[in-house]
Design a protein around this ligand. Structure first.
Ligand code: ZN
Length: 77
């Protein structure tokens, strides 16, 4: 999965100030965050996305738990 800089890339998604996702002509997905670029096979990229979705769910869950913590509730009552 060594991609040459000359290879054509298609922009799939872009987040300003963060990075982006490009699809290389060879079929490799390039995930760029800051100065780091991770090259992944499409299957691995899907797995990474699922992993991140799971992480987001956990984060949301943690956030909800924090909001519903006894300390916060006691200040509301
Ligand atoms: Zn490539």
């Amino acid at each position: 999965m060594a991609c040459a800089a000359s290879e054509e890339r298609m922009m799939l998604a872009e987040a300003e100030g963060l990075g982006g996702v490009t699809l290389c002509a060879c079929g490799t997905v390039h995930l760029s965050v800051g100065a780091v670029t991770v090259r992944l096979a499409p299957e691995a990229f899907l797995q990474a996305v699922k992993m991140c979705q799971q992480a987001v769910q956990q984060l949301t869950l943690e956030g909800l738990l924090q909001a519903m913590s006894p300390q916060v509730n006691s200040t509301l009552h």
